[in-house]
Design a protein around this ligand. Structure first.
Ligand SMILES: Cc1cc2nc3c(=O)[nH]c(=O)nc-3n(C[C@H](O)[C@H](O)[C@H](O)COP(=O)(O)O)c2cc1C
Length: 196
């Protein structure tokens, strides 16, 4: 039986959750990264395609390979964050469909239509990135998603010779809430939504 989750949980996930740019001096364990994946993996994707692939960049040597691709203050943010996740997508995600979506063979939808295949990979890996953000918040982690970087350079450095392409990156850590940026307003229901 599902029910509305506790008010404190709604606050932690949504209304009081903030984007973090500064971090406590506290590492993230491999166990926590595994728990993060074990939550995010349940988010829905079309034909259960799960095209996202995640690289958790944690070592100093691998972080250094990211810096040349980053814009402006994102370099310092990645330097100081315990982990930066590269959310990528597998261009050949449809190869997993016989296992992930055994009801019927959905592969021809994608192999016969490259644009539909790309749209599906990008759309669903973006969704999975959002699931990662909210899974992180559920585990008490802070995040800063980032698109201020050179995707082609990240792909060259991390995914050369593979079918993976970067979508966005996301720093992860235990946020320093004393150094938050001012909260930006959000659009009102009437500006965004219509009920028809
Ligand atoms: C897809 C995406 C890309 C973003 N790119 C950057 C970035 O390159 N650098 C940065 O500092 N913040 C970046 N942000 C952070 C947003 O500016 C921030 O989440 C937004 O202003 C909301 O802040 P709040 O959660 O504290 O209200 C990005 C956020 C998203 C979702």
């Amino acid at each position: 039986m599902t029910k509305t989750i506790a008010k404190e949980s709604i606050q932690q996930l949504f209304t009081e959750a903030r984007t973090h740019h500064f971090w406590q001096n506290k590492p993230i364990s491999e166990q926590t990264l595994r728990e993060l994946y074990e939550l995010m993996k349940w988010g829905p994707t079309s034909v259960n395609s799960a095209p996202a692939r995640i690289v958790f960049v944690r070592s100093e040597s691998e972080k250094a390979r990211l810096y040349p691709a980053l814009m402006g203050s994102n370099i310092e943010q990645v330097k100081s964050a315990p982990v930066t996740a590269i959310i990528a997508y597998n261009e050949k995600f449809y190869e997993d469909l016989p296992r992930l979506f055994p009801s019927y063979d959905a592969r021809p939808f994608f192999t016969n239509d490259p644009k539909f295949s790309y749209d599906t990979a990008f759309r669903n890996s973006s969704l999975q990135g959002a699931y990662l953000i909210f899974a992180a918040r559920a585990l008490g982690l802070g995040v800063c998603p980032m698109s201020g970087f050179d995707n082609a350079e990240v792909d060259r450095v991390f995914f050369s010779g593979t079918a993976l392409k970067s979508n966005f990156i996301c720093t992860l850590g235990y946020g320093d809430s004393s150094k938050l940026y001012p909260r930006g307003p959000r659009l009102a229901f009437e500006e965004v939504c219509t009920i028809v």
